[in-house]
Write a new protein. Structure first.
Length: 160
């Protein structure tokens, strides 16, 4: 079952994000990694910037989250994570399909770490196209509020 989550659910959402993000440790640059991966204040700021979060329940337990954010003329997919113990079982696919259905006529972008090859493959399965480095950099600067270090180490995929 998928439900929208609000600021009042921050601790539940953070549990998912910070568990699942452990997969990035040693994959992304050391100076981009920190624990926790996302702080409570960072998530509060994301909600304040218009990110809407959705969560997937299994046996009354939140096991996966995904967010969207309308920025200018696109919709960004933000913070897609599944608890480590549930990864590879279709939770992320179910959440992404839900968002794709809700946003059928929108230009969708998702950013991820360049070395997170599993994430890139995941989005490519859903017909997202990986942009070249130059175009990714332009899109990241236009639509995201991230550091130049993150921009240098990230890519953008798009679904029209």
């Amino acid at each position: 079952m998928i439900n929208e989550y609000k600021k009042t659910d921050i601790s539940k959402i953070l549990d998912i994000i910070n568990d699942a993000s452990l997969r990035y440790k040693g994959v992304i640059p050391d100076d981009c990694w920190h624990e926790p991966y996302m702080s409570e204040q960072e998530l509060i700021d994301e909600f304040s910037d218009g990110v809407r979060m959705y969560g997937y329940h299994h046996n009354n337990t939140l096991i996966g989250v995904i967010g969207i954010q309308e920025v200018k003329d696109v919709i960004l997919i933000r913070h897609a994570y599944t608890l480590t113990s549930y990864q590879g079982r279709g939770t992320g696919s179910t959440l992404l399909k839900y968002l794709l259905k809700k946003n059928q006529n929108s230009r969708l972008l998702v950013g991820t770490w360049r070395n997170a090859t599993w994430a890139i493959r995941f989005y490519e399965k859903f017909n997202f196209i990986l942009h070249a480095k130059e175009q990714s950099t332009l899109l990241l600067k236009k639509y995201w509020k991230i550091t130049s270090k993150q921009i240098k180490n990230s890519v953008v995929l798009e679904r029209f």
